[in-house]
Design a protein around this ligand. Structure first.
Ligand code: MLT
Length: 247
C-alpha cells in the first residue's frame, strides 16, 4: 500500500520532513513544463534556485560560457538573464550542453525543498503518463511514500497544479494500491471536475489568465499538451541532471 500526500504550496514545507521520500514537483504553468522542455532539448543540467541573488552567486562561481541564467519574476524574464520561463525558448540550439541556473517564483522554490528526497521527479501535463510510469516502476515507493508538491501560486493553491496532481494519481491508481489521505482524495475529485478539458482549465486558471495578459498565451497551449514530451527530469539533491526517457 502506498501512502500519498499532496501539498498545495511549498510555503509551509520543511525540507527535513521530506527527507528520504519520493517526491513529485508539479508546476504546470510553467516551471515543470519548461524544465521538461529544457531536458528534452539536451540541457546538461538545470539547477533550480529560490532567489535571483542566489542565481547570480552560483553563476559567478561557475562562470563559463556553458552556464546560463534563466527564470522569471511576475512571469517575465529577469533583467540581464538569458532566458525567461517559456518552454519554447528552450530550444536545442540555445540550451544543448548548457548548465541552466533557473529561478522562478514558485516552481524553483518547491524544488529546492526536495533536496533531501530519496527520489525527486519533475512533472506536468506534458509528461503525465511518463511520470506515472516512473512511479509505478519504482520498487521502494511503498517504503518511501509519495509526496506530491504542487508549486501553487504566491504561496497559495493553484487549480492547474492540483488538477495535474489528481490526473497523475488516478493513472498511478490503475496499477498500484494507494492509501488515500484527505489531500489525495481532494486532488482526485479536482481532476474529475477539471481534467476533462485541460486547455480550458489552464486558460481559466488565475495564473493562466495572468500569463495570457502579459503575452504568454502560447505557453498555456504548450503546457496543456498531455504526454507531448515522454521524458521525466530527475533531481538529485540540488541538480536536475538525469532524465528518464520513454519511446
Ligand atoms: C513559477 O515558478 O512561479 C512559475 O513557473 C511562474 C511562471 O509562469 O513563469
Amino acid at each position: 500500500m502506498i501512502t500519498v500526500k499532496v501539498y498545495f504550496s511549498p510555503a509551509t514545507l520543511d525540507e527535513f520532513d521530506l527527507r528520504d521520500k519520493t517526491i513529485v514537483v508539479i508546476d504546470v504553468l510553467r516551471a515543470s513544463t519548461t524544465i521538461t522542455y529544457a531536458m528534452a532539448a539536451g540541457a546538461r543540467e538545470v539547477i533550480p534556485v529560490a532567489s535571483v541573488d542566489q542565481a547570480m552567486k552560483i553563476v559567478g562561481n561557475l562562470f563559463s560560457t556553458a552556464t546560463m541564467l534563466c527564470g522569471e519574476r511576475g512571469g517575465k524574464r529577469i533583467e540581464g538573464f538569458r532566458l525567461g520561463n517559456s518552454p519554447s525558448e528552450y530550444t536545442r540550439e540555445i540550451v544543448e550542453g548548457k548548465s541552466l541556473i533557473l529561478t522562478t517564483t514558485n516552481g524553483a522554490v518547491a524544488l529546492t525543498k526536495a533536496k533531501y528526497a530519496r527520489h525527486c521527479y519533475v512533472s506536468s501535463f506534458v509528461n503525465l503518463s511518463a511520470s506515472a510510469r516512473v512511479l509505478a516502476e519504482l520498487n521502494d515507493l511503498e517504503e518511501t511514500g509519495l509526496v506530491i508538491i504542487c508549486s501553487g501560486r504566491e504561496n497559495d493553491f493553484s487549480l492547474e497544479d492540483a488538477t495535474c496532481a489528481g490526473a497523475l494519481l488516478s493513472l498511478l491508481m490503475q496499477v498500484k494500491e494507494i492509501e488515500l489521505t484527505d489531500s489525495a482524495r481532494t486532488v482526485l475529485s479536482i481532476a474529475k471536475e477539471y481534467g476533462g478539458d485541460i486547455l480550458r482549465t489552464l486558460q481559466n486558471s488565475d495564473h493562466g489568465k495572468h500569463l495570457a495578459q502579459i503575452g504568454f498565451a502560447e505557453d498555456i497551449i504548450t503546457s496543456a499538451k498531455v504526454d507531448s514530451v515522454p521524458l521525466v527530469p530527475v533531481m538529485d539533491q540540488t541538480v536536475i541532471k538525469k532524465k528518464i526517457v520513454f519511446d
